[in-house]
Design a protein around this ligand. Sequence first.
Ligand code: AMP
Length: 474
Amino acid sequence: MCANQFKMLGLSTPLLQACEALGYSQPTPVQTQAIPLVLAGEDVMAEAQTGSGKTAAFALPALDAFAHTKGSKSTVLIVTPTRELALQIAEVCQTVAKYTHHRVVVAVGGVSDKPQKAQIKRGVDVLIATPGRLLDLLSQKAVSLANVGLLVLDEADRMLDMGFWPDVRTIMAATPSTRQTLLFSATLEDATFDIDEVFARQPQKVSVSPQTRTTDQVEQFKLSLPQDVKPPFLQAFLKEHAGERIIVFARTKNRVDTIFRRLGRAQIAVDRLHADRSQNQRQRALEQFATGKVNVLVATDVLSRGIDVQDVDWVINYDLPRQAQDYVHRIGRAGRASATGSSLTLVTPDQEQEFRSFERYLGAPLQELALPFFDMDEATSKAQARAARAQDRRDPELQQAKKEFSAKAKRKQHAKEQAREEKRPHAKKKSSSRKPKQLIRGKQSRNAQGSRPNKTSASRGTKRGQSNRARHVQ
Ligand code: AMP
């Protein structure tokens, strides 16, 4: 069944075997449209949503069209914005390469370039790279792009957003102008590509349901709540949905770290992903999440397009994304391929207006999440009380007034106690004939021969000192 559907697109036997190995039973719409065009040698400009199967849409026909032959001249170059995406693409290509024998090399930053250079030196058929590392290798003359027969620009809109386009230009200039070019982008209408700059000839356009901006498989909710209620709400939500696989998106690295620590303290198994984490830490986090060792992953937008994990139940936008396109990418993490998922966006009162512009972009208002497991009123008043206490702690005038008040209260209490003591005649006598005075009198009487006594030890010391001095003089 698998073979038939993919075979009709023109893929050869080793690629059909690779499809089986990848577990693809039938092509996705973008694969159905793009594969025959790529096999026919056309340039392609494709608008494909995240999770649509676009990686295989370029990787399968690319490796089929540019077969590995000993000493082969033409290579395939795939440029993608993030390390995670590069590794995902590599996974598909390496599975295919088991049947086609391509030499697949990944060149990404964040790790030593030595092994990458060594691999390139040994020979490469398919090079998957991030722009920065590829430029680095180019400038060191560790790689030549003179034999690139097919160039894939993956997530081109993202590369544009992330400011990689000047690097992409340099990379394009290092490849032959006769190359075949494929450009894949989640959105085409908002991205401004200079078509003449990218393509030497008119590209064929591929577009998968351009009206639907988000995957239909994701049920989308929003929740209006004050900023201070987000932490207790998230904990309650994660406890309610324990065992489900959840990605939590936050705006900054610091916020990811804070959420991660808070959830850790609440005994929730969680890991985190952001640009300051090392490559190994990022890989480990993805693996732990993929294998179910942790069910909650907190991440920034840098990775909103780089996480390919199957069966994510919920994507939570703990913070609003910066732009509507990022929203689409974030929620695309849920409901990937054939699995369904849900998303929840937390919206604070001051963000309502901004969020409405997102809803206009998405084409429909989102439904408010029902909260049988969370008392919003109680959480709000608790958060308000907490905020008021924190505010008090920060106000120096209030702090000074508090100090003065407590000092006054102490003085008052002390005065009261003294007055009470004085009113008790028996207690007064007792206190006036206290032992210390008797003791002093006792000492005085014991040393009565001499002058008024010093401390016993001190007087002993003086005597000893005198006798020492006397010895010394002798
Ligand atoms: P992508 O859009 O390339 O990030 O792919 C999203 C997910 O869909 C990946 O996990 C792929 O393994 C999966 N996928 C791609 N093509 C197919 C297919 N034909 N059948 C089932 N799953 C697929």
